[in-house]
Each structure stands twice: as structure tokens, then as C-alpha cells.
Design a binder for this molecule. Structure first.
Ligand code: HBI
Length: 96
């Protein structure tokens, strides 16, 4: 059973990852990524999809043209877990 981040670890995550903000009304992290065009955004989403499939951890996301909005949480932990931290760092590594 994956554990929810402690309050301290959660605060540390948001401090270390300024692109991510607390979601409204739920224990989740949100960010928006902007790409050159839809082609680049789709390439990003394709890479994230492969990560999600490999790690059995899936984003909630919305895409319009070159913008991708992502929300991460761990349903099994009813909040943010290390899986979300790892996935956020992977997504940050793909920012243009
Ligand atoms: N994705 N973001 C996220 N959070 C989860 O808890 C999760 C998931 N993908 C699959 C998954 N859990 C499975 O382990 C089942 O719990 C659905």
C-alpha cells in the first residue's frame, strides 16, 4: 500500500518544485506545460503515457493545442505520494 506524503514532505515537494501548485479542494499537485505547437505537446503526452503505463501511475490531464494541464495524485493513498513526486520530476525534465 503506497503511503501518503507526510505534511513536511508535501511542503518540501511544493517548495522544491515551484512549477507545481496545490490543487483546489483535493490533495493533488497541478501544473501547466506549454509547448511550441500541438506536435510537441503530443510528443510530450506520448512520452508521459509510456511512463504512466510502465509505472502504473496515470496523470489526470487536459490538452488544448500546445498546452497540457496536469494533475497528479495517488488514488490508493488518497493524496500525494512518492509516485507523484517521481512523476512530477519526470514531467519537469520534459519541459521545453
Ligand atoms: N494512477 N495517479 C494514479 N494514482 C493511482 O493511485 C493509481 C494510478 N494508476 C493505476 C493505479 N493506481 C492502480 O494501482 C490501481 O490502484 C487502479
Amino acid at each position: 500500500m503506497v503511503q501518503k506524503l507526510s505534511p513536511e514532505a508535501r511542503a518540501q515537494f511544493f517548495s522544491d518544485h515551484p512549477e507545481w501548485k496545490e490543487a483546489e479542494g483535493k490533495d493533488a499537485a497541478q501544473t501547466t506545460l506549454q509547448f511550441k505547437d500541438f506536435n510537441e505537446a503530443w510528443g510530450f503526452m506520448s512520452r508521459v503515457a509510456l511512463y504512466a503505463d510502465k509505472h502504473d501511475h496515470h496523470p489526470e490531464w487536459f490538452n488544448v493545442y500546445n498546452r497540457v494541464e496536469v494533475t497528479l495524485t495517488t488514488h490508493d493513498a488518497d493524496g500525494l505520494s512518492e509516485r507523484d513526486v517521481a512523476m512530477a520530476e519526470f514531467l519537469d525534465s520534459l519541459r521545453s
